[in-house]
Design a protein around this ligand. Structure first.
Ligand code: ADP
Ligand code: MG
Length: 708
């Protein structure tokens, strides 16, 4: 009891809580004036004529010219929804879909979710009267699975096509045949200035329309030496600019890779500035601090906080926006004069040789660097500071980014295509085909999950899996749960895995927050720890206050609750039995093994693991509940692989290797595992009490191998 109580007084300020700031709402008149000033508006009639005259139009324009916010409105005003159909506009990013929908509904002076709506995974803000629907490309792909002719739409805008997101690429392929079957459907593909020809060619030389726009020169300044810490360098640069130039010069946009370094950058800027101002102005420092507003933007940030990057500031306030590559082309922040570019972005990278997906911080391409720099030259000449050397730009960076389809696991996509009865993948019109090795390993993954049979056809299980908006291994776990009698629990776990971390770890209170987190630990499992957090939150009537005092992100939990309801709806629709395993947690851990069959690792030394399939060395993420055990468990399954300075596995659960054999279903793996274990040798310092157990398993594996 004492343990629990000591945390209640630790009131934490959540990062997402709005801070009172001076903001000016744009009036409707002002908004209309801005609209009219956009390059797209000026060519409106010409542009619409092109779209009316062609089934497919590729629209090209500088970022900020009004493609995203105006095109759908023009189509609407020209009567494209008069036949009862909608105008759909896809975005590769969730954040952009929401933000743009909100902007357009404001421009049209209607509440969001009615005439103008948006739909992103697990969040639908549309109604029967929706005419313009913004959505992620993933949502449209899902809709195509249910309604292959996309009958609801009269026109689709594939926005930000130059991003070449996986789902956009797949949709482009689907449109190739779809457009031949629906002559009345219009397709508008929009692109920033790069890559546009490729889209025209793909659609048999579809006409291009250029929106003329003015851009200003941007001076590019490289560092002389590689920077050891880009967060530190970015902070330094931002402070230099802020302290040495008049605020009226313009705002600062910093490109970082993700939530972690963005938050670090934001808080360090404020910290340093507080120090400097305290020295300079003494007690009045707080007043002075109001001359700058530091605004983070990344995908998991709540929408209302995101919206703040667009709000106009008082004259004498400087905005410092710290963003992921979302601000490269998807969102245009006006008034940026200085860009600071760390030169990296976080990418999902798939290594088909070893069949692993991971998140990696990777150098951006030159084309991306130029897009980033370009953000400084929208309203006047600007300066872009690149936190890398000219040499490394020339030598280490690709000229263009590699499209996602060529560097990602395709299991999910293939499952969707198979659900669309697209079975012959070699014939699918990919704009850039994925490497065949990617295709093969992804098919293998689906087969291993029993979603495909030996002929590569969708199984009954596979069809069920395709009904969930989840990664295949998660939908597999969820479906298995109905056999293991733990659907209630697994629903919670899967939902918790689908939201940004529920644990809040502010920089200056790391120890305290780690302690609060450890009170929820179920030592053998991070998955069960997540379940525990949710169960306690529920027991406390889903209270926000309860979260705040325990370093838990209320919003993430709320979202998990919401997602849980939606997944439950799918389960009901599929008639899968619901059950709870009560206080017995073994079925849950067993059940995890049915989906995480390739995400397994074995203890190989002090605090070290080795991946069962690939032999890769791994470490358990330091935040794991597993460290609460006296010794780390011999075998684990994990949720994700993070590659930062080390290879970490994150969200980990101890399992009995017998379960892996018994429940993974396909012992093909086990054969491989055996081979692998020969490869890296069982002689490693396996100081394991379980040696007996282990021998037994090896024996069984041997037997299976002989039988096979
Ligand atoms: P494009 O798609 O061609 O890059 P957009 O249509 O996104 O251009 O942007 C056009 C203009 O609308 C820009 O000046 C941008 O700053 C502004 N804008 C876009 N979204 C918002 C928003 N949520 N709030 C205020 N202004 C916005
Ligand atoms: Mg746009």
């Amino acid at each position: 009891g004492v343990k629990q109580d000591s945390s209640t007084d630790a009131q934490t300020k959540q990062p997402n809580q709005p801070i009172a700031i001076k903001e000016k709402e744009q009036s409707f008149e002002e908004i209309q004036a801005v609209r009219r000033s956009l390059p797209a508006y000026k060519v409106r009639h010409d542009l619409m004529r092109h779209i009316r005259d062609n089934q497919i139009t590729v629209v090209i324009g500088e970022t900020g010219s009004g493609k995203t916010t105006q095109l759908a409105q023009f189509l609407y005003e020209d009567g494209f929804t008069a036949n009862g159909r909608m105008i759909g506009c896809t975005q590769p990013r969730r954040v952009a879909a929401v933000s743009v929908a909100e902007r357009v509904s404001k421009e049209m002076d209607t509440p969001i979710g009615v005439k103008v709506g948006y739909s992103i995974r697990f969040e639908d803000q549309t109604s029967d009267s929706t005419k313009i629907k913004f959505m992620t490309d993933g949502i449209l792909l899902r809709e195509a699975m249910i309604d292959p002719l996309l009958e609801k739409y009269s026109c689709i805008i594939m926005d930000e096509a130059h991003e070449r997101s996986l789902n956009t690429d797949v949709l482009l392929g689907i449109f190739k045949t779809l457009l031949a079957r629906r002559h009345d459907l219009k397709l508008v593909v929009t692109s920033a200035t790069m890559n546009a020809d490729k889209f025209s060619q793909f659609f048999g030389n579809a006409p291009q329309y250029f929106i003329p726009g003015k851009t200003f020169p941007v001076e590019i300044i490289y560092t002389n030496h590689p920077v050891p810490d880009y967060v530190e360098s970015a902070v330094q640069k931002a402070l230099d600019i802020h302290l040495s130039t008049p605020i009226s010069n313009g705002d600062i946009l910093i490109f970082m890779t993700g939530q972690e370094d963005i938050e670090a950058t934001c808080s360090t800027i404020i910290e340093r500035l507080t120090e400097i101002y305290t020295k300079k102005y003494g007690a009045n420092y707080e007043e002075q601090l109001a001359d700058v507003q530091v605004l983070p933007i990344y995908s998991s940030l709540p929408a209302d906080v995101q919206g703040r990057i667009f709000q106009r500031q008082e004259q004498n306030v400087r905005k410092i926006v710290v963003a992921t590559n979302i601000a490269e082309t998807s969102l245009t922040v006006d008034g940026i004069k200085y860009v600071i570019d760390c030169g990296y972005s976080k990418l999902k990278v798939y290594n088909p040789k070893i069949g692993l997906d991971s998140l990696r911080i990777t150098p951006i391409s030159l084309a991306n660097a130029n897009q980033r720099s370009g953000r400084a030259g929208r309203t006047g000449p600007g300066i872009a500071y690149r936190l890398f050397t000219h040499d490394s730009a020339m030598e280490d960076m690709y000229p263009q980014a590699i499209p996602e389809i060529q560097r990602t696991n395709l299991a999910n996509t293939l499952l969707q295509l198979k659900s669309l009865n697209i079975n012959n993948l070699s014939k699918f019109p990919f704009i850039d085909p994925p490497p065949s090795q990617n295709l093969m390993t992804s098919l293998y993954d689906l087969w291993a999950l029993e979603a495909l049979d030996n002929f590569g056809h969708l199984t009954k299980l596979g069809r069920l899996m395709g009904a969930f908006p989840l990664q295949p291994f998660l939908s597999r776990v969820l479906i298995s749960a109905s056999q293991y009698g733990c659907t209630e629990e697994m629903l919670t776990i899967v939902s918790m895995l689908s939201v940004p971390s529920v644990f809040y770890r502010p920089k200056e209170r790391e120890e305290e927050s780690d302690q609060a987190r450890s009170r929820f630990f179920i030592p053998e499992s991070d998955h069960l720890t997540l379940l525990n957090v949710y169960a306690q939150w529920k027991a406390n009537r889903y209270s926000a206050h309860w979260c705040n005092s325990r370093f838990l992100q209320f919003r993430s939990l709320q979202r998990a609750k919401d997602i849980r309801e939606q997944l439950l709806y799918v389960i009901r629709k599929l008639n899968l039995p619901m059950a709870s395993s009560g206080s017995d947690w073994a079925p849950i851990r067993k059940c995890l093994c049915t989906g995480y069959i390739q995400q397994t690792a074995k203890l190989s030394g002090l605090g070290k693991y080795v991946h069962l399939k690939t032999g890769m060395d791994l470490k358990v993420h330091p935040t794991s509940a597993l460290f609460g055990l006296g010794d780390l468990p011999a075998y684990v399954v994990y949720h994700e692989l993070l590659m930062t300075t080390k290879e970490y596995i994150n969200v980990v659960t101890a399992v009995d290797p017998l379960w892996l054999m018994e429940y993974s279903g396909i012992f093909y793996h086990i054969k491989r595992r055996k081979e692998q274990s020969y490869q890296f040798g069982l002689n490693s310092s396996l100081n394991n009490d379980d040696q007996d157990h282990q021998d037994k398993i090896d024996l069984q594996i041997e037997k299976l191998r002989l039988n096979a």
